[in-house]
Design a protein around this ligand. Structure first.
Ligand code: ZN
Length: 672
């Protein structure tokens, strides 16, 4: 049994044994099946309560169990848990498929949907009805028997091919290494980069230094190595992954994935895959996304060109007669940045002690929303390092449990994330409050030094806390629409908006004081941190937008593409081209966000979310960054509402108009 402990019905982590998970899941699946049988055997005509709402509540126990298990699998896993995950995943996808392809269930859902105008439902119930019906339709429930077979074959082949794409990419990434044996080849590399490369070589039982195509190794080499021809070599290896006409080549796979996605969209009645995806996004349709991309490209391209020209001049001052190539960018950019702003992690970190930052963030939410955070060590945890808090509202009302898990350890995934052990929802008159967890990988304290954060980690802290607020302040009826259960291009608004405080002097002055002396961070340092944020922002914009163009092109096909992959992407990304062409390279064959991960027709979303957060924050800028009234409106119109209405409706209620790109351009120094 997976049990819960009083008084908050928190997960009793200390009592859970790994061998309890599978039986618990089997029980929960059986229970959900029985609940659905009950809906189907109801003699009354289908209505909102006996069908839509009942379906929503039938899955509560199962969903809670999934949260617990998969969160533990990310934060504190081991071989046994991973094994269970492998066993469990097909069971769950089969269960959810059984629901959407259950014809009797779909016909009840449809019967209710068809009367939606006569039902006088609340906006939230209306949304639940719409989302429920849509999820059946989007998974093929409305197709005739023959089309259903094609649909299932298409999705099956798609999932095989996306896995194959990822596998090829991983294999080619792992297969390559740059092995250096002469010390002379290490010119320019800082000691920590050299040490890591030596360690990599030792782990392979070879002498010298090894650089790989994986993130820290590759990016550090491109940034610091003085050897231009080695940078070119590594760049070419990275940018030609899965483009070697061998058994790991991804060109045919990409074309087939795009074709299958188109086929799936066509079956469901959409002209392109992008239209199918975007129907469930704040941006709504491909036309709007394309206009958005064009607008931001137009606004940032002149700055990006200036930045390239400036860096070209800078490079010429350092190295006669070179034409800036892609493998020169990070290298010279790093040098120029150091010349312009002498800020580094080493200088900033002593001012950002974890405990101080935690307190400052608690205070910030106290000032904005009147919240208080009360430590409660009685709440069971899955690891002794996890801290637990009760969050209370301004009137003392209990709002949420909060788990904070700061430090890396074996068994925890990299990165940082926010998640729940329980989502806010209401049953009858009971408001079930959420159990929210934030997981980080911050630097551990040592014997002589507390945990000190980098500036980026401070932003990460704020970012994840913003996600947590979306959940903590949620005031919705249905689990599936509450908290962070919103459209994907809207979910980063509450998190990204919080990062803005890290660029405000007024707040930084409060947060940053030296851990040993207590002395405030010098004003000049704060100024430099803020100024350096916009270094090369035009270039960064254009690079990200070029990926968005590539993504939209592959997913706006209305006919299968049979031509050359490089020609295709060259056409797609031409408006953002800043460098001379490099032959033998291909971007799409390594674009795992859209061909392996879940960002198909969604890459634009990164920039979209920045537009939202900058536009939303501009209201705080106008009224004051601690303004209670603005915060209250953000809480009422956005944070408490989850996905209960279309995000554009919620957004306009807060901001008074649709998001404008102006505040983002201004913030990024791209306004001309
Ligand atoms: Zn996020």
């Amino acid at each position: 049994m997976i049990t819960f402990s009083s008084p908050f019905r928190a997960v009793a982590f200390e009592t859970i044994q790994n061998d309890q998970y599978m039986p618990a899941f089997r029980n929960a699946l059986d229970e959900s099946h029985r609940n659905i049988e009950r809906i189907l055997s109801d003699k009354d005509l289908p209505d909102f309560e006996n069908t839509i709402e009942s379906l929503e509540y039938s899955l509560t126990d199962l969903k809670r169990l999934e949260l617990i298990f998969f969160n533990i699998n990310s934060a504190e896993t081991n071989k046994e848990i991973q094994q269970i995950a492998q066993e469990l995943s097909p069971l769950l996808s089969e269960f959810y498929n059984d629901i959407t392809l259950n014809e009797a269930l779909f016909s009840r859902v449809k019967a209710v949907y068809l009367q939606k105008e006569q039902l006088s439902l609340s906006p939230e119930s209306h949304k639940l009805l719409e989302e429920t019906y849509k999820s059946f339709i989007r998974n093929g429930a409305g197709l005739d028997a023959e089309a259903k077979v094609v649909f299932r074959d298409t999705t099956r082949e798609l999932s095989t091919l996306t896995l194959k794409f990822e596998e090829n990419l991983l294999d080619e990434t792992n297969a390559y290494c740059l092995h250096l044996t002469s010390e002379g080849d290490l010119a320019g590399l800082p000691a920590f980069v050299i040490d890591a490369a030596a360690m990599e070589a030792r782990s392979r039982n070879i002498p010298g230094w090894v650089f790989t195509l994986k993130a820290p190794s590759y990016t550090a080499f491109m940034k610091y190595s003085d050897d231009r021809s080695l940078r070119e070599k590594l760049y070419r290896a990275y940018s030609s992954r899965c483009y070697h006409n061998n058994e790991k080549d991804n060109q045919q796979i990409i074309k087939r994935i795009a074709e299958l996605r188109l086929q799936m969209a066509n079956l469901l009645g959409y002209d392109t895959y992008a239209r199918y995806v975007l129907e469930n996004r704040m941006a709504e349709n491909p036309e709007k996304v394309n206009r958005f991309l064009q607008e931001v490209i137009g606004a940032s391209l002149p700055s990006a060109r200036d930045e390239v020209a400036e860096l070209q001049d800078f490079a010429l001052r350092h190295n006669k007669s070179i034409t800036l190539q892609r493998w020169d960018w990070s290298y010279y950019a790093e040098k120029l940045k150091t010349e312009k702003f002498a800020v580094s992690d080493a200088i900033i970190k002593p001012y950002l002690m974890l405990e101080n930052v935690e307190n400052a963030i608690f205070d910030l939410f106290g000032r904005l929303y009147g919240l208080s955070f009360k430590s409660n060590a009685e709440i069971p945890v899955y690891h002794p390092g996890v801290k637990t808090f009760e969050v209370h509202d301004c009137d003392g009302h209990f709002l949420a449990l909060l788990y904070l898990d700061y430090f890396p350890r074996e068994g925890k995934q990299g990165g940082a994330w926010m998640t729940n052990y329980l989502e806010q929802h209401k049953t009858h008159s009971l408001d079930i409050r959420p159990h929210v967890s934030l997981v980080f990988n911050f630097t551990k304290p040592t014997e002589n030094q507390p945990s000190l954060l980098t500036y980026d980690e401070l932003r990460t802290f704020l970012h994840e806390f913003g996600h947590a607020m979306h959940s903590i302040l949620s005031d919705c009826r249905y689990w599936s629409l509450s908290g962070t259960n919103v459209y994907r291009d809207f979910v980063e608004l509450p998190s990204q908006i919080m990062e803005n405080w890290a660029e405000e002097k007024e707040w930084l002055e409060e947060v940053a004081s030296h851990y040993a002396t207590g002395e405030k961070m010098p004003e000049t340092l704060i100024d430099k941190i803020i100024q350096s944020r916009n270094f090369h922002s035009g270039y960064a914009f254009i690079r990200q937008l070029s990926f968005g163009l590539n993504d939209m092109s592959w997913h706006s096909l209305s006919q299968p593409y049979t031509g050359n992959v490089v020609d295709f992407e060259k056409r797609a990304m031409a408006p953002t081209e800043l460098f001379p062409e490099v032959d033998g390279c291909c971007f799409s064959t390594g674009f795992h966000h859209i061909f392996g991960g879940g960002y198909a027709a969604g890459y634009y979303g990164y920039k979209w979310a920045e537009v939202l957060d900058a536009d939303a924050f501009s209201l705080f800028k106008q009224s004051g960054i601690f303004n209670r009234k603005t915060a209250q409106s953000f809480r009422e119109n956005i944070l408490s509402r989850g996905g209960t209405e279309h995000p554009m409706v919620l957004y306009k209620r807060f901001r008074g108009h649709e998001p404008s790109v102006e505040p983002l351009l201004e913030r990024s120094g791209l306004k001309r």
